[in-house]
Design a protein around this ligand. Structure first.
Ligand SMILES: *Cc1c(COP(=O)(O)O)cnc(C)c1O
Length: 490
């Protein structure tokens, strides 16, 4: 088009007016004050939001503002509009799901990351973003006792993903690539295996990656995968002409923190050239304490491993660490080199380009918050937190096991305890009564506003999950929780 569009304003345009640096300083301080005040009073707020669907939207205007609003109005609406619709994950009475802890250094680092506003699509797009990430993930190999070969300085390497689900998806894509090279078969012929207790993200990622088949392998009485059942399933699929390509083990399942026998599963995986991925999303943080590392037995035999510093390591969401034993397996599956991303350092193979280790191109500076948390607390501070949580969870389990109204339904090697109200006898009627009693205990705790836990099911029966991992939780909250449970149970 040669002729300028007569309707387009040209010479008269100018940039919008931004906050001045001084206004930014002033509002920035107000925001930090707001967060500090929030943390200070968080225990006085009801843990779970009680709004009804649509309540929050009803407080918002129909149309976006055409004219600028003063910042004070935005801040005021945090209290008026946002807080009523907030369920407080940072509340010390948080026992639901798993924790998603933040911490002051992590929040400050994420603020700096936003201020820098980088997109680390290539090493050269901001070398510090990539090199700090590689280096801090190498630190974590030593800190959590992972195989030496997983360091970026060795054959393997670590990369931060947005979530464990993303990490597992990437592992499945690499597994698919490897199996296709080996078998010449399409993904529709490939099979992914994981246990019936694995996180739903494994099955979902296998579907997204185009796997034709997903097998949920049966678990034993401790909710851990049966390696023999895996071997039988793989054998049947081979006999049917399918291509077994991936197995996902879990160290610390979401349901009960069961630990799959990684070494025995690795035997099957290696025997049949399956990509072996380990999901330690929650429990991975515990490995910073040597006394938990026996749960990671056999890890030197697997292809990939994920754990979430954004769950239990005081690094706020999102920060999920994926490790591979062979970095080429990822980059072979995920590299594409359009001309606009070519550059000397990448072409010479001198640098890591993390875009080839993940699905998206763009990535933000997540490593900053991990680096700041590790430096602010030190490994000793994180070990102290983990041990405090595990000790409180074990004390809580002790209380349950010495009260014959309750029964613990699964091993509790970390800081999640699952229990239910005990049935009077072995009859179906007693089991149903126990389910109702368990549901009633969960409802009473969750209605209290001072503690929040997750009612769930195991083998079709009602259970309660108590995840002791919020970084502010102390014995006062544990006592409160026990009192609520004890008073609600018949
Ligand atoms: C929480 C959890 C996940 C999901 O983590 P995201 O980071 O939210 O995707 C996956 N696996 C296990 C075992 C989990 O506990």
């Amino acid at each position: 088009m040669d002729e300028p569009d007569p309707d387009m304003p040209l010479a008269s345009t100018s940039p919008p007016s931004h906050m001045t640096p001084d206004e930014f300083r002033q509002h920035g301080r107000a925001v930090i004050d707001w967060i500090a005040d929030y943390w200070e009073r968080i225990e006085s707020l009801p843990v779970a939001s009680t709004v009804q669907p649509g309540d929050i939207r009803a407080m918002l205007p129909d149309a976006a503002p055409d004219e600028p609003e003063p910042f004070e109005h935005l801040l005021a609406d945090l209290d008026r509009v946002v807080l009523p619709g907030v369920t407080h994950w940072q509340h010390p009475g948080w026992f639901a799901y798993f924790p998603a802890n933040n911490s002051p250094p992590s929040v400050l680092a994420d603020t700096v990351s936003a201020g820098l506003g980088l997109i680390g699509l290539l090493w050269s797009a901001s070398p510090a973003l990539t090199e700090i990430e590689s280096h801090v993930l190498d630190w974590l190999v030593d800190l959590t006792g992972l195989p030496e070969g997983w360091k970026t300085t060795a054959a393997g390497g670590g990369v931060l993903q947005g979530s464990a689900s993303d990490a597992t998806h990437v592992a499945l894509v690499a597994a698919r690539h490897r199996a296709a090279e080996r078998s010449g078969q399409p993904a529709t012929q490939m099979v992914a295996y994981t246990s019936a207790q694995a996180h739903s993200s494994v099955e979902k990622s296998a579907n997204v990656a185009g796997f034709g088949h997903v097998r949920l392998i049966e678990v034993d009485e401790h909710q851990a995968m049966r390696p023999h059942a895996l071997a039988v399933s793989v054998g049947a699929d081979l006999a049917a002409g399918l291509v077994p390509a991936f197995v996902g083990s879990t160290v610390g399942t979401t349901g009960t923190t069961a630990v799959d026998p990684v070494r025995a599963i690795a035997d099957v995986a290696i025997g049949h050239s399956l990509w072996h991925h380990v999901d330690a999303a929650y429990a991975g943080t515990a490995m910073i304490c040597p006394e938990f590392r026996h749960h990671n037995d056999g890890m030197e035999l697997v292809d990939s491993y994920v754990f979430n510093p954004h769950k239990w390591m005081m690094v706020n969401f999102d920060c999920s660490a994926l490790y591979v034993s062979d970095k080429a397996a990822l980059t072979d599956a995920l590299s594409i080199d359009p001309p606009y991303l070519r550059n000397t350092q990448s072409d010479a193979g001198n640098v890591i380009d993390y875009r080839n280790w993940q699905v998206p191109l763009g990535r933000r500076f997540r490593a900053l918050k991990l680096w700041w948390v590790l430096r602010s607390y030190g490994a000793s501070g994180i070990r102290q937190m983990v041990r405090h949580h595990v000790a409180m969870a074990q004390e809580f389990a002790q209380r349950l096991s010495t009260d014959d109204r309750f029964e613990i339904v699964a091993p509790h090697p970390f800081s999640l305890v699952c229990f239910r109200c005990r049935a009077a006898d072995g009859s179906d009627a007693a089991a149903e009564a126990a389910d109702r009693a368990t549901d009633a205990v969960a409802a009473a705790v969750n209605d209290s506003g001072v503690a929040y836990l997750t009612p769930s099911k195991l083998d079709g029966r009602s259970i309660i999950r108590v995840a002791v991992g919020q970084s502010r939780t102390d014995r006062a909250q544990m006592d409160m929780l026990w009192k609520l449970i004890s008073e609600a149970a018949v």
